[in-house]
Each structure stands twice: as structure tokens, then as C-alpha cells.
Write a protein that binds this ligand. Structure first.
Ligand code: DGP
Length: 124
């Protein structure tokens, strides 16, 4: 799948749509999800144009990949969930339920997150 430069996260990166920033650096931006599913729900996105984790793994530089994961950890610290624990989610493609085609990781926490996935996928 080709990268769509008009996806919502590309617009956030360009400053065309506001965001509630938790952490930012040269490699990544972390901001609060507009529809939080837990008390803490932060999205972390690389600044580069990558559709999903597979695209990121193949095309990103080693510096971008290291910087991205350091930003995930920094965002979890700044959001206050690093001590108690949290969950990372990377929805990927149609079956994974990915809505925005710019690679991102969800940080969810702020209390017990609960079962890893719904026991009934048809109810998602
Ligand atoms: P996913 O299904 O993994 O592609 O998750 C996309 C998430 O992006 C979803 O939880 C809602 C969030 N989202 C969509 N549009 C916006 C936006 O304009 N601002 C913010 N902060 N989050 C958004």
C-alpha cells in the first residue's frame, strides 16, 4: 500500500491539525488519542512516512527505528504509566483494525488494562 500523505496523522505532523502532545523529538511525536479507551491513551508516530510496522521495519533507518522506540518509552514515562505498567498496541492492516495508515503504537494504561483482546472478535 502506498503512503497517503493526506492521512490524519500526516496532517498532525505538518501542524495542520492540533494535538495534545505528550512527547516529541526528532524521530517521533506522541499525543493523546482523541477517543481514549483507557485513562491514559497515547499514540506514538514516527515523523517519517510509513504505512505500518512492516513498512517501517523495511524502509526506516536504524536511527529512526531506535529513536521511535526510545520515544515510546519516553512517552510512557511522561504520561505517568511507566511505573505501574501499560500495554502497547499496533493495529496493522484491515484484519488488525488499523484505521489511520501511518504507523503508530497505542500506549494504553492508567490502571489495569484488562484482557489482551476481546474473547469474541465478531463483537469488535
Ligand atoms: P488505529 O485503529 O490503530 O488506526 O487507531 C487510530 C487512532 O487514532 C484511534 O484510536 C483514534 C485516533 N485518532 C483519529 N483521528 C485523530 C485525531 O485527529 N486526533 C487524535 N489525537 N487522535 C485521532
Amino acid at each position: 500500500m502506498a503512503y497517503d500523505p493526506d492521512n490524519i496523522f500526516a496532517k498532525i505532523l505538518r501542524g495542520e491539525i492540533p494535538n495534545d502532545t505528550v512527547h516529541e523529538d526528532e524521530h517521533a511525536l506522541a499525543f493523546r488519542d482523541i477517543h481514549p479507551v483507557r485513562p491514559v491513551h497515547v499514540l506514538v508516530i514516527p515523523r517519517g512516512a510509513y504505512v505500518d510496522v512492516g513498512d517501517f521495519a523495511v524502509r526506516a533507518t536504524a536511527d529512526e527505528i531506535a529513536g521511535f522506540w526510545r520515544a515510546v518509552a519516553a512517552a510512557a514515562e511522561k504520561a505517568g504509566v511507566a511505573g505501574g505498567g501499560y500495554r502497547l498496541i499496533a493495529n496493522t492492516g484491515a484484519n488488525g483494525g488499523q484505521e489511520v495508515p501511518h504507523f503508530h503504537v497505542h500506549i494504553v494504561g492508567g490502571g489495569r488494562v484488562g484482557p489482551m483482546v476481546s474473547p469474541r472478535p465478531d463483537r469488535n
